[in-house]
Design a protein around this ligand. Sequence first.
Ligand SMILES: Cc1cc2nc3c(=O)[nH]c(=O)nc-3n(C[C@H](O)[C@H](O)[C@H](O)COP(=O)(O)O)c2cc1C
Length: 363
Amino acid sequence: MPTLFDPVQLGAISADNRILMAPLTRARADRDGVPQAFVKDYYAQRSGAGLIISEATGISRQGLGWPNAPGIWSDAQVEAWKPVTAAVHAAGSKIVSQLWHMGRLVHPSVSGMESVSSSAIQAPHYAHTYEGKKDYVVPHVLTKDEIAAIVSDYAAAARNAIRAGFDGIQLHAANGYLIDQFLRDNSNTRDDEYGGSPENRTRFLNEVLDAVIAEIGADRTAIRFSPNGETQGTDDSNPATLFDVVARQLAGRGLAFVELREQRPGGTFGKTDVPLVSPSFRRLYDGPLVLNNDITPEMAAEFVESGKADAIAFGRPFIANPDLPLRIKDGHPLATEDYKLWYANGTEGYTDYPTWEQAQAAA
Ligand SMILES: Cc1cc2nc3c(=O)[nH]c(=O)nc-3n(C[C@H](O)[C@H](O)[C@H](O)COP(=O)(O)O)c2cc1C
């Protein structure tokens, strides 16, 4: 069986090791969704990862509601991503763009547009906006023509990602955003062909997938789900059945990989008693499988060596450990990040975390 440090083929993407960087929103773009110049340094520093999954990146103005998060719909955004992908490639790694439409989790004060979703159900909790936290709003219910327009936006964003030098894309179908809002029966109460049965609720996902694959190929297209438990108000009464349907639909399609962010009892980034779906997904789905969420280096080694996963994505550990794979390999302790700087808009708490070697030299 392979180890974490063996290479892995993820569709068309060859990763040098099986420690991937999970997508992390860091809010270092301007208000037009254009990444700032120092974003390239952050990603280049983390190029020890076999593959970097970028922070969630808006496919359209309508779909982007996180203050200072980046987009990939405009030429200015594409130009600003080019030095980022070039820096990662120069440092020897690969990077895919995580394509994002936030649906009902977009606050109109951030996008300047109406909030949209599968159904007219307001999300619980609060939206982050430029003016602080605000209640979410009741979203406009997407018509079939409007759904088709969003599918086209995903295809255009995938095309832009390749133009910007990304090795592929990851569809963000996790964490309660638009695709997840269609997938789950607590946020999708439609009575047309996009709602009801799991086959209907997965229709939007499959339409997006078909459109993206037609643009850039299945072997450069990945997907992320958060199958078990509630996330940002989105939940399902029967995730085991839903994700068996998803796994069967995706099998044989030749995707780059599927990533599952699974919550566990006692988790620190969401927790749930709802069972993991990955064992069943692994049986039904034939492509590369990546697991994430509260996975320690020891668990990661066991998951890969026992064949539960082909690779592991680490999120928070990559923030304060730019050289995470090397630290794991050498058995060094991991640094912890300052969570108050997760979404700060500057270089502090972003590009100033030292490697193990730099930290020892400074001590
Ligand atoms: C600051 C921060 C930003 C995040 N941004 C994203 C994101 O843009 N897209 C996404 O799919 N998940 C996002 N996540 C979730 C992470 O990818 C990951 O699932 C989570 O941190 C759990 O993995 P870990 O235990 O290895 O940190 C974010 C998490 C954190 C802490």
